[in-house]
Design a protein around this ligand. Structure first.
Ligand code: ZN
Ligand code: ZN
Length: 233
């Protein structure tokens, strides 16, 4: 929920910059995230997703390192475009809306109370500077706020280098993820903790699996993963 300070800030900011729906561009109230029509029409994940891997078409469950997965919508239009805006550091409303809705689900099913720490899939600092935003961190900040849990963005790191992920085969993505991420030398103690790991899009699970593996090497007891959007497989 938005606190008073944020509400006041948004009310003032809204006088200078209009708050618009990130999907259709319609003007919103200062505290609105998406317009009613877009909320209704979003391509929500239906109930047919697998409770173990979170996909409509399962992948090999023996590869799964994480303990649970949450996503809100399918990675298709208009979500793809809206996530692109998020990557470019434009409108954060979709990330915030997804966090609010997923936190609601987690409170209903009892997961929220188990989470002790919120973190994000890392991005190299050079890329972060270039784009102004790490969209995974943006999601994690909203999740930490919604669940009222501490946020720690210093656990994992990513090596420099940019490769377009979505065109790669699953095996290539796994290899890429294994090399790309590493444990931050100055990380805090997460022994025995249940950690929530956040990202913007859940694709093959290579990134989530590798980051989960590292968090468990650091002593995390359980790792729950979440993303705004989910690809079909
Ligand atoms: Zn809209
Ligand atoms: Zn499955």
């Amino acid at each position: 929920m938005m606190d008073r300070k944020t509400a006041i800030f948004r009310r003032c900011a809204n006088i200078i910059w209009n708050n618009v729906c990130p999907i259709c561009g319609e003007l919103l109230e200062y505290d609105g995230l998406l317009c009613d029509k877009c909320i209704e029409e979003l391509p929500y994940n239906n109930d047919k997703i697998c409770p173990v891997c979170g996909k409509t078409i399962c992948f090999d469950h023996s590869q799964i390192m994480f303990d649970a997965v949450y996503t809100l919508v399918k990675y298709e239009e208009p979500v793809v475009n809206s996530i692109y805006d998020l990557k470019e550091g434009r409108i954060l409303n979709l990330a915030e809306y997804a966090a609010v809705e997923i936190a609601k689900k987690m409170k209903e099913d009892g997961t929220a109370e188990k989470v002790e720490l919120v973190t994000a899939v890392p991005m190299h600092w050079l890329k972060k500077e270039d784009k102004n935003i790490n969209q995974a961190e943006a999601v994690a900040k909203f999740m930490a706020r919604e669940l009222e849990k501490p946020l720690d963005l210093t656990l994992l790191k990513k090596h420099r280098g940019y490769q377009v992920q979505h065109k790669k085969k699953a095996s290539d993505r796994r290899e890429y993820a294994n090399k790309k991420f590493y444990i931050s030398p100055k990380h805090s103690d997460i022994s025995g903790k249940t950690v929530l790991l956040c990202d913007d899009v859940y694709t093959t699970g290579a990134t989530f699996n590798r980051c989960t593996e590292l968090l468990k090497q650091m002593g995390a007891e359980k790792v729950i993963v979440m993303a705004i959007a989910n690809t079909e497989k």
